[in-house]
Each structure stands twice: as structure tokens, then as C-alpha cells.
Design a protein around this ligand. Structure first.
Ligand code: PMP
Length: 305
């Protein structure tokens, strides 16, 4: 269960958590045309808090809306300040931030022009998405029987509500089979991404991730690439097959919710030694220092509360 906060920012007002409701004919509920973000706020080492890469998340929210023809009735600055305000009023020092833009009730059918575009921002405490143990020891993943969408079926650069049916089904399938997370292949059979994460492998000291073609442009993915470059670890963006994943020395998922979660097994094949490897651990440690405000080089990624 989501742990309730006091207030949700809803169309410009802070309303009580239980009163942030919508009509059953809200268009997005029926057809899935809505967009959202997942953002994290962390306690920093100065005793305060900071949101990780807030501007990039708000930019992606606007890009997602643009892709699916939704016009957000607020400016980027208004959304940025609404997020800070929601954190403040709920006195949330560390947790998850969920902005959502959706079409309300009015017209029905697929071609609608007059339905209101609503914006809500909820925040709540949320620990490690794939478990504390997963962060430390690595998780077990399985390739799902569901492919990631073809790029001309659902556009992967948009974080669009309806697209997540594919992720939910993949996640459900593998969790029901006893695994922690799904790996989705693209429609050509190459590795694409997790149900809510990007994927990295390490081979012979080189970090490799899938190109952006059929995956979400992850903000954690970008952070990892930048961190690796700073650490002098070679990085390449090139597609790879599932068996290249099996023979990788190391593997990990990246995402706002999953942070940097090592993968110790895929499809019952041990990855490397079966424990988080040195490259994964180095990148993970640097990432956790950055989000806690301990790395002077990456202060620009923190939006202080
Ligand atoms: N891929 C998908 C499908 C996702 O839902 C997410 C989570 N937003 C990611 C990748 C990772 O993106 P980010 O690092 O920006 O959270």
C-alpha cells in the first residue's frame, strides 16, 4: 500500500490526499492517453533534501505530453515549483514524486478536443523498488514472452500511461514464475529494457547499454553513462542479444525507482560470479554519493529543497 501523505497538488491547488479524485469517464482511464513521471527526492549529507535531476524529469514530462498531443496548461517553472511545494507541505524529506497529466471527462471516443487536461502531483515515502537485498546482492531476472513495443506502435520516448500495460504484463509474468524483474526484447529480438528500467552489461571492462531506439531515455541511464565516463570506464551504446547478456561479466538495471540494481542471474544463468561485480559496485557507490550530495562534481544534478 502506498503510504499516504497529507496533500496532493491537483490542478493548481493542494487538496487532501483522499479528496484528489476523478470522474469515471475521465478519458485517460478509458484510452490511456496520459503521461507521467517518477522522480526521487533524497536526504542529503547537510541534513536537508534534494530532488535528483528534477529539471530533466520535468522536461521529459513535457516531451511525453508533446508526443501524445497533450497540452500541459502550466509552464515548466510552475510544475517545478509545484513539485517543491508538494514536498514541503507534506514534509517529505525522502521519497517518490509522481506527477501525472491526464485527460478528464467530457467527450468520449477517440477524437476529442475539449476534455480538460488535468495535472496532479503526489509524493510518498518509497524505499528500494527491487528490495534492499536486491540493491546489495543483485536480483534474478527473466526474459519475458512479451516484446517491447515496436517503435511505431508505441513511442518509447514518451512515458505514456497506456504503454505500461506491456510492462505490467511482463512484470506479472516473470514475478509469477518466481523472478524479480522482466527483461523485454525489442521486436527484432535484441535486448531492449526492463519493465521499468534500462539495462547495462559489462564485458571485458566495457560498459554497454542498448541504444535509445526502442527504450525510454532513462535519466538514471544518462547519469550512469556520465559517471562511467568520469571514472574512465569505456561505455558503448550498441544493441546486444540475450545470449550476450548471459555471458556478460556483470549486469544491472537503472531507473528512478530501481536506482542501480545489480542482476545476478538471467533466465537461470548466473551472471559473472553471481555477485555484483566491481564496475557495478563502483558506479553504484558513486551514484549513491551523488544523490546524497557527497560528490562536489555533480551538485548541478540536485535541486535542493
Ligand atoms: N524504461 C522504462 C520503461 C521505465 O519506465 C523507466 C522508469 N522511468 C526507465 C526505463 C528508467 O528511466 P529513469 O531512469 O528516467 O527513471
Amino acid at each position: 500500500m502506498v503510504q499516504k501523505s497529507r496533500k496532493i497538488w491537483f490542478d493548481g491547488k493542494l487538496v487532501n490526499w483522499d479528496e484528489a479524485q476523478v470522474h469515471v469517464l475521465a478519458h485517460t482511464l478509458h484510452y490511456g492517453v496520459g503521461v507521467f513521471e517518477g522522480i526521487r527526492c533524497y536526504k542529503t549529507d547537510d541534513g536537508k533534501s534534494a530532488v535528483f535531476r528534477l529539471t530533466e524529469h520535468v522536461d521529459r514530462l513535457f516531451n511525453s505530453a508533446h508526443i501524445v498531443l497533450l497540452e500541459i496548461p502550466y509552464t515548466r517553472e510552475e510544475i517545478l515549483s509545484a513539485i517543491h511545494k508538494t514536498l514541503q507541505v507534506n514534509e517529505l524529506a525522502e521519497g517518490y514524486i509522481r506527477p501525472i497529466v491526464f485527460l478528464g471527462a467530457g467527450e468520449m471516443g477517440l477524437f476529442v478536443r475539449t476534455n480538460p487536461v488535468h495535472v496532479a502531483i503526489a509524493v510518498w515515502p518509497w524505499g528500494a523498488y527491487l528490495g534492499e537485498d536486491g540493491l546489495k546482492k543483485g536480483i534474478r531476472a527473466k526474459v519475458s514472452s512479451f516484446n517491447r513495443h515496436h517503435v511505431n506502435a508505441a513511442m518509447s520516448k514518451g512515458k505514456v500511461n497506456g504503454h505500461y500495460v506491456n510492462s505490467v504484463l511482463a512484470k506479472w509474468e516473470v514475478v509469477k514464475s518466481g523472478y524479480d524483474e522482466a527483461v523485454l526484447l525489442d521486436t527484432e529480438g535484441y535486448v531492449a529494457e526492463g519493465s521499468g528500467e534500462n539495462i547495462f552489461i559489462v564485458r571485458n571492462g566495457t560498459l554497454q547499454t542498448t541504444p535509445l531506439t526502442s527504450v525510454l531515455q532513462g535519466i538514471t541511464r544518462d547519469a550512469v553513462i556520465t559517471i562511467a565516463q568520469r571514472l574512465g570506464i569505456p561505455v558503448k551504446e550498441a544493441r546486444f542479444s540475450r545470449d550476450e547478456m548471459y555471458i556478460a561479466d556483470e549486469m544491472f538495471f537503472t531507473g528512478t525507482a530501481a536506482e542501480i540494481t545489480p542482476v545476478r542471474e538471467v533466465d537461470d544463468r548466473r551472471i559473472g560470479t553471481g555477485k555484483p561485480g566491481p564496475v557495478t559496485r563502483q558506479i553504484q557507490a558513486t551514484f549513491f554519493d551523488i544523490i546524497r550530495g557527497k560528490n562536489a562534481l555533480f551538485q548541478h544534478w540536485l535541486s535542493r529543497c
